[in-house]
Design a protein around this ligand. Structure first.
Ligand SMILES: [Fe+2]
Ligand SMILES: [Fe+2]
Length: 371
């Protein structure tokens, strides 16, 4: 892990291959399409995608492929396996533990998975329609599947079995005095134990299905991980949107991004159910504090609406907002890959994979809105 993190920081100058394939631009095709619709010829130029727009879309496609891979693993074991989201056959004990948080948990996992695949497929299809290179991470699908009954035995991009889950998003959205874009504070963890050591969020094998407290701890870990993943998308899209030039690309970011926020809000609510009643799991070393009855407003489970806080600068009145959203800040593309890496999602991944996604991230962060 330390090596790959270090490598992440050393990739600043390695981006030469990124725009391979973009030389075959789609300008001709786009022009023909516009003419067919009777739009004036001068509209062509503004419809050509800038390198920055392509970089943003390609990075988002990569993130959505990563999201699809991890959500697929959750769905195979704890969601609903059907024609819409095929693969896997479910783990009864894991599914029941998740349903202790909410009876509809499996439906939400299914629908979140379905959404990620749609994001991935749409972004790649849009890139292709503009003559830009699609993103394909198939050669990096090398990580093992869970051995638990219900999981497909196929190679994966992400690792859900050694997570170190940052649960500070919980307190970040409850804080009314600080903004990660302004004073870069460290927000306290909702579940400090999840931010130390490595924890499975899916059963690694059928040996993880009992005792009941053990599989419940795994389901609770998943619930906080769902929130961690989706709050990331919630910040990523508005952050990158500020670098977009083309209005249609902006519309794509402004239309997909809020669906990440809809996911986040649901998971924020469900994670609160994971810790009620007070739940301590001695055999896994994981304690879930009781957030449902605490009077601490930075922790209480039902305070899931974003608390108004400072925005832009302290002279303005407090406002309820997504945070962070600063370009190049802690919600940017490189920060997202670093956060995924620190989360343990990429444990076992190759240096080549880390370099590939880091390069995409750097290009996306560097995109500037053109006049
Ligand atoms: Fe997504
Ligand atoms: Fe998402």
């Amino acid at each position: 892990m330390k090596e790959t993190t270090k490598q992440l920081e050393n990739t600043a100058s390695r981006r030469s291959f990124l725009y391979k394939g973009l030389a075959v631009g789609g300008a001709g095709v786009i022009g023909a399409g516009l003419l067919a619709k009777g739009l004036p010829a001068f509209a062509h130029g503004s419809s050509d995608l800038t390198q920055g727009d392509v970089a943003i879309l390609r990075f988002l496609a990569a993130v959505e492929i990563i999201e699809s891979d991890l959500w697929q693993q959750y769905n195979e074991l704890g969601g609903i396996q059907d024609r819409e989201v095929p693969g896997g056959s479910g783990s009864t004990a894991y599914t029941k533990a998740l349903q202790n948080l909410d009876a509809d948990m499996s439906q939400y996992i299914h629908d979140n998975t379905d959404d990620e695949f749609s994001h991935m497929n749409f972004l790649n299809a849009f890139l292709a329609s503009k003559g830009a290179e699609q993103v394909n991470l198939d050669k990096f699908r090398t990580l093992p599947s869970s051995k638990a009954t219900g999981a497909q035995q196929i190679p994966r991009l992400t690792n859900l079995m050694q997570l170190t889950v940052d649960t500070s998003w919980w307190t970040r959205y409850r804080n009314d005095q600080q903004n990660p874009d302004i004073d870069h504070p460290t927000f306290p963890q909702a579940v400090p134990d999840l931010f130390q050591g490595q924890h499975p969020a899916i059963p690694r094998s059928d040996a993880d299905l009992a005792p009941a407290n053990h599989i419940q701890a795994i389901a609770n870990t998943a619930a906080f991980h769902f929130g961690f993943i989706e709050q990331g998308g919630t910040s990523l899209y508005p952050t990158l949107a500020q670098g977009v030039t083309d209005l249609e690309v902006l519309r794509i970011l402004l239309s997909i991004g809020p669906t990440e926020t809809m996911h986040f809000q649901v998971w924020h609510d469900k994670a609160g159910a994971a810790v009620s009643p007070p739940f301590n799991v001695k055999d896994t070393g994981l304690a879930f504090p009781d957030l449902s009855t605490t009077n601490d407003e930075n922790l209480r489970a039902n305070l899931i609406m974003p608390e108004p806080t400072i925005f832009l600068n302290r002279t303005f009145p407090h406002v309820s907002i997504i945070r962070p959203t600063q370009q190049g800040g802690s919600g940017g593309a490189v920060a997202t890959i670093k956060a995924f890496n620190a989360d343990g999602l990429f444990i076992g991944q190759s240096d080549e994979f880390m370099q590939f996604v880091s390069n995409l991230a750097e290009q996306a962060d560097q995109a500037q809105r053109a006049a």
